[in-house]
Design a protein around this ligand. Structure first.
Ligand SMILES: Nc1ncnc2c1ncn2[C@@H]1O[C@H](COP(=O)(O)OP(=O)(O)O)[C@@H](O)[C@H]1O
Ligand SMILES: [Mg+2]
Length: 280
């Protein structure tokens, strides 16, 4: 079995005259949580649609579960789960009945339904009709529906958008568990902090172009500015880079000027700014 779950090579897509994805290339390893990170309009949903055959690319190659995507079989698609903002739940059925229906459509047993309700904090609301659910509950129900057949490859399009912090943390725990079990996760988010928590590697997408692709730690090492902010008695606040800070700090200390030294933990927001010149 190939170690690669999916890959794109030189993939492009235009809507009319507008090129929305330009020359995308990346690959996702089996068992990895891969983050596709970018601001609104960057092309994240479009990329998921290409990978799930809801759209067809203009050029390039896409491989999915070991074969060119145009040769993917129904059996291949049964190994995949998808959560998107268009994931359909039946408004007039309860959460639990929706999950049982999904189990039937997927040709799988409904035995995982109570477990999924429990894991997603929905155990007390299984009987609640979808039409009476909050946005957060709907989102968790849709995630449960995407997991009902234990997919080995999961596409999640902004899975925590609209969730409160507690529900968001529960989804993150669920994703960590899935990863431990070897599920491959392809996740889009505009939330840099989420990408750092959930993903082993991330691609940073800006205007349809991948600006960088690596582990969050390596991206931060390479692109974050590594600033130190120093407050002094009479010279105001100084910004130093870590490399150059040593001599300046000892000089300030000797002169009795040093009030405080603050080192910012670098984050992916800084990386994005450095790569694109844009605030995220
Ligand atoms: N069906 C479509 N027709 C025309 N333009 C589209 C269509 N779908 C998306 N776009 C455009 O493609 C770009 C990327 O959209 P999308 O993939 O939804 O971004 P994201 O999910 O990162 O917010 C946006 O500029 C959007 O307006
Ligand atoms: Mg989107």
């Amino acid at each position: 079995m190939s170690a690669v779950a999916l890959s794109m090579e030189a993939v492009s897509l235009s809507f009319g005259p507008k090129r929305v994805l330009d020359n995308l290339a990346f690959s996702v390893r089996r068992g990895e949580a891969f983050g596709f990170l970018g601001p609104s309009g960057a092309g994240k949903t479009t990329t998921i649609k290409l990978l799930t055959r809801q759209l067809t690319r203009d050029g390039g190659r896409i491989n999915l579960l070991g074969r060119p995507i145009e040769n993917a079989t129904t059996a291949d698609y049964e190994r995949i789960g998808i959560l998107s903002d268009t994931s359909a739940l039946y408004e007039r059925l309860s959460i639990a009945d929706n999950l049982k229906l999904y189990a039937r459509l997927r040709g799988t047993s409904r035995r995982r339904v109570p477990y999924l309700l429990e894991r997603l904090g929905l155990a007390d609301d299984g009987k609640r009709l979808i039409k009476n659910c909050s946005k957060g509950m709907r989102q968790r129900a849709a995630l449960a529906a995407a997991l009902v057949h234990e997919p080995e490859l999961l596409f999640l399009d902004e899975p925590t958008s609209g969730l409160d912090p507690a529900a968001r943390a529960e989804v993150h725990r669920m994703l960590a568990e899935l990863r431990e079990r070897g599920t491959t996760v392809f996740l889009t988010t505009h939330d840099m902090a989420e990408a750092e928590i959930v993903c082993q590697r991330v691609a940073i997408l800006n205007d349809g172009v991948i600006a960088a692709c690596d582990t969050p730690d390596d991206l931060k090492l390479r692109y974050a500015r590594n600033r130190i902010v120093v407050r002094t008695r009479s010279r105001g606040t100084l910004e130093l880079t870590k490399d150059a800070a040593g001599p300046v700090l000892s000089e300030l200390a000797q002169a009795g000027e040093l009030l405080s030294v603050h080192s910012d933990e670098p984050n992916l927001e800084e990386v994005f700014l450095e790569l694109t010149g844009r605030e995220f």
